[in-house]
Design a protein around this ligand. Structure first.
Ligand code: TRH
Length: 356
């Protein structure tokens, strides 16, 4: 049966910046994607600072709202998304409950390839008490399989990337690789084995493009192999960062949103996973690797897996880089498989239309 077309809806998307930029990065992607499909979005964010570089020009139909305890609360829209379990204000939830037709209420969760995601996706959480008593909050999980909510992938992404003029974009952004130099982007947390990375990159002429923060700070002062040059970058807009990923031969990414965007870029990537004190990130990385490397030639799969585990300090020594051409071919196959699945926003729209 064809999915019911969803009318243009009014969305309230709540985001708390816990740390770094992934919370607001994911929420901005979702808000912009919804707006691109004709919906209007109020993006409530407790710390909008990063929007100044993530989305310097904003986008039509997305209204960022600096969310503080004093922010006046309007009537809820048609859909309320709380990102990563950040509770909307109690008075807002009470207003939702008082609506003749309450908004669909969705908790958009973190991305993981672990099996609990398929079990938990689309589960209801009936509210037994509190301001939202009798409302149902629904869990919506991004993921890599058909039994999950999929990944954010705005319409037109593949075509835009295919038409991308890398040399022109690089020149416009002051990035001038020498002839024969490969480009590598670096976005990581503190603690990445950067000295070992530089050593491994030294096997071929490389221009390493470092992002602000731990990447640029961590590389500064380290001895460089003769084949490696380093260029620190300013913060780019999200659209600019995407293009950086499209232009590079290898992308070292982190967190959630840059990790997903590297997969759409289709170039070899390594994920620096957000480290958790209880060590839970190791299982999360391994769950991703198991899925991602399924179907890769055995030696290549083992090499990519070992490299990513070592990049995350989960095995002692950073091995030589896997062959970048073979790695690229595998990454493109993986991307094509993901592209065959419906994207997260499409699935979210169908879910909302079903539940309203
Ligand atoms: O910044 P991150 O590490 O974010 C998060 C948070 O740590 C969060 O608490 C954690 O739970 C989550 O990861 C898993 O990495 P991420 O998700 O890649 O977010 C970075 C965002 O910044 C992403 O939207 C891309 C964007 N970005 C730019 O727009 N320009 C840039 O120049 C760079 C380097 C990134």
């Amino acid at each position: 049966m064809a999915p019911t077309p969803c009318p243009a809806l009014h969305w309230d998307l709540f985001c708390r910046v816990v740390d770094n930029y992934g919370d607001i990065g994911v929420c901005w992607r979702l808000a912009a994607d919804l707006a691109g499909r004709g919906h209007t979005v109020r993006l409530w964010v407790d710390d909008p600072t990063a929007l100044a570089w993530i989305a310097p020009d904003g986008t039509p139909r997305v209204q960022p709202i600096h969310w503080t305890d004093a922010t006046p609360l309007p009537e809820p829209g048609d859909v309320v998304i709380e990102a990563f379990g950040c509770d909307p204000p109690a008075a807002f939830v009470a207003a939702m409950a008082a609506c003749p037709r309450p908004p669909a209420w969705i908790n958009l969760e973190y991305l993981s390839a672990e099996p609990y995601v398929e079990r938990s996706h689309r589960l209801p959480s009936p509210q037994a008490s509190g301001p939202g008593a009798r409302l149902i909050k629904w869990f919506f999980y991004p993921g890599f399989t058909a039994a999950t909510g999929g990944l954010l992938r705005e319409p037109g992404l593949v075509a835009t990337q295919a038409a991308f003029d890398a040399p022109r974009w690089l020149a416009a952004n002051g990035i001038a690789p020498h002839p024969g130099e490969r480009l590598v982007s670096l976005f990581c947390y503190p603690g990445a084995p950067l000295a070992a990375l530089l050593g491994r990159l030294g096997d071929a002429p490389t221009l390493l493009l470092t992002t602000p923060g731990p990447a640029t700070d961590g590389v500064a002062g380290l001895p460089l192999p003769t084949a490696v040059r380093v260029q620190p970058l300013p913060w780019l807009s999200q659209a600019g960062y995407d293009r950086l990923l499209w232009a590079c031969a290898l992308n070292l990414v982190r967190g959630e949103d840059s990790f997903v965007r590297a997969q759409w870029a289709g170039a070899p990537f390594a994920w620096h996973i957000y480290p958790q004190h209880d060590g839970a990130h190791a299982a999360k990385l391994d769950a991703f690797l198991a899925r991602h490397l399924q179907g890769a030639p055995a030696a290549l799969g083992a090499a990519i897996g070992a490299w990513m585990r070592a990049w995350n300090g989960l095995q002692p020594e950073l091995p030589p880089l896997p062959d970048l051409q073979d790695w690229a071919a595998h990454t493109r196959r993986w991307r094509d498989g993901l592209c065959a699945q419906p994207d997260l926003t499409t699935q979210l729209l169908a879910f909302v239309c079903e539940k309203r």
